[in-house]
Design a protein around this ligand. Structure first.
Ligand code: GLY
Ligand code: MN
Length: 518
């Protein structure tokens, strides 16, 4: 109790910390507790089967085990995050944890995966570690947690898996969080004097950070050096995701399919959006309904940007009007239950027909996307896709007389004037995170080579702001981006989002078809 609270309680004032109980009161009587613990039939326990992802997750753990022999690896899922007071956000585990366990949906707050080093080659699947998943199993209906704990109790949030259920489902040994402290800290210390090195995926769960830091301080381990070791683990986990396995590709295809349905839904609601003061919200809501119906959630906040708002790269306020005659830029992705997400953008004429200037800009962006696609080959550099796309945009801007310098000057590193109208990158890796593999080294990302199994976006755009005095008036207030999700195969790139029309004619016929049917 703080000094203030102490003073308050002496004065008969309810302490601040107790005020959360003012909304309702739970009976405290022994009779109530006993009655609540009695007369329940068995839980409708889910039929437990080995998850399809289990074998894939085991191979991912083996890859990371081989990189760090003799070291304890600690990968937390992260805690629930408070939205306000006693209300939390829906839980989403850290992507590095989801990748190594195969867990999706809202599994499991506070869980920690520990890879315990064993004699090289004697670990799981011939690796260097034994993996255990530590998590909080339900306490059972005899415990007040059942009805009194709004974060973890079955009465509040529904049934949660037991140790046995999750162990069988993931084909991965499980243990309770009570055993975590010992599992993380035992025998840890300075390697030179026989201690065991811990590597931690940091800044995911501050409690686990504190546990590891305390152990390091108590055993004389250098904290600064440990920071680097931890960063190397984050980097390795990120780089492990650069190439997707076939299960991941399947999940990404599901996410894209649901996203395509979401875009159809949006075209259907456009008449209502046009009539609404905040038409962009109508668009956002229509896409979100598909995301929740067919997937787990959105992979990122939807960008529903009409007219000049489309020139704001990450416009997510989405409270503008959707006017006939304007373009609508929709950048949206459904996240599947496995947490893999799509990331697709289409820019469509609100009334179903492009004006000549809109079509001209749209076609330039489409040609840039196609040039990026043509440059994307196994063995090509990741950055080649961007260079190819941006070169096309520069050429068009030159043809239209918008560049203040000759094309060669603009294309030189000292120029780059064309980037005024496309200041973002053309591609990023896509997977569990919309901007996946973000901790990968530059030589494996931007300067890396495209390889079979990589999934990334191609998303050029042109953005002419309403107040851009460097372009003629007819261009102002128009933003166009076209974004597709690309899987690299041995035979070249496959456009996973090709089911959504891309050419201006195809976009117009697609919209006309939906309007005719609705
Ligand atoms: N979908 C938004 C982005 O890629 O930044
Ligand atoms: Mn993107």
């Amino acid at each position: 109790m703080s000094r203030e609270q102490n003073k308050d309680s002496q004065a008969g004032v309810q302490p601040l910390g107790d005020r959360v109980n003012n909304r309702s009161q739970r009976p405290e009587s022994q009779a109530f507790k006993e009655f609540m613990a009695s007369a329940w039939g068995p839980s409708a326990s889910p039929e437990v089967s080995r998850a399809e992802v289990a074998g894939y997750a085991a191979r991912r753990r083996l890859a990371i085990s081989r990189k760090f022999p003799g070291e304890r690896l600690v990968v937390p899922a992260g805690p629930l995050k408070v939205r306000s007071n006693d209300t939390d956000y829906r839980f989403r585990p850290h992507s590095g944890f989801a990748h190594l366990t195969g867990l999706g949906l809202d599994h499991e707050p506070d869980a920690v995966l520990v890879l315990e080093p064993v004699d090289p080659g004697t670990g799981d699947h011939g690796g260097n570690h034994h993996a255990t998943l530590y998590f909080r199993p339900p306490s059972g209906r005899e415990s007040p947690e059942f009805y009194a704990n709004a974060r973890y109790g079955e009465f509040w949030i529904g049934p949660r898996p037991t140790l046995a259920v999750l162990q069988q489902h993931l084909d991965l040994p499980t243990a309770t969080l009570e055993e975590l402290e010992t599992a993380v800290t035992k025998d840890a210390g300075v390697v030179a004097i026989g201690g065991l090195r811990i590597r931690l995926l940091r800044e995911v769960d501050l409690n686990v950070d504190a546990l590891v830091d305390t152990s390091r301080i108590n055993t004389g381990v250098d904290l600064e050096e440990s920071d680097n070791l931890d960063a190397e683990l984050a980097e390795a986990l990120s780089e492990l995701r650069l190439r997707k396995d076939e299960w991941e590709v399947g999940e990404l295809k599901k996410a894209v399919a649901a996203t395509v349905n979401g875009f159809h839904e949006v075209v259907k609601v456009l008449p209502r959006a046009m009539a609404h003061e905040r038409g962009e919200r109508v668009v956002e809501g229509a896409f979100f309904s598909r995301a929740r119906e067919e997937g787990n959630d959105l992979g990122y906040d939807t960008i529903a940007a009409a007219g000049n708002n489309a020139t704001v790269l990450h416009w997510i306020r989405n409270n503008g009007r959707v006017r006939s005659g304007d373009l609508l830029l929709l950048d949206a992705g459904v996240e599947a239950d496995s947490l893999y997400t799509a990331d697709v953008t289409r820019t469509i004429p609100v009334n179903g027909s492009f004006t000549p200037v809109q079509r001209r800009i749209y076609q330039a962006v489409l040609d840039a996307a196609d040039a990026g696609f043509a440059a994307a080959r196994p063995g090509a550099k990741f950055r080649d896709v961007h260079s190819a796309a941006v070169k096309v945009l520069a050429e068009r801007l030159d043809e239209w007389g918008l560049l203040p310098v000759p094309l060669e000057v603009a294309l030189s590193p000292d120029g780059q004037h064309h980037r005024r109208w496309m200041p973002h990158g053309t591609s990023h890796h896509l997977g569990l995170d919309v901007h996946d593999c973000a901790q990968a080294r530059r030589e494996l990302y931007l300067d890396g080579l495209l390889e079979e199994g990589m999934v990334f976006t191609i998303e050029p755009g042109l953005y002419f702001k309403a107040e851009d005095l460097a372009v003629p008036e007819e261009y102002r207030g128009i933003g166009v981006r076209i974004e597709d999700d690309i899987l690299m195969t041995a035979d070249g790139p496959v456009n996973l989002s090709a089911a959504l029309p891309r050419t201006p004619d195809d976009v117009e016929s697609w919209m006309a078809g939906i309007y005719a049917g609705s």
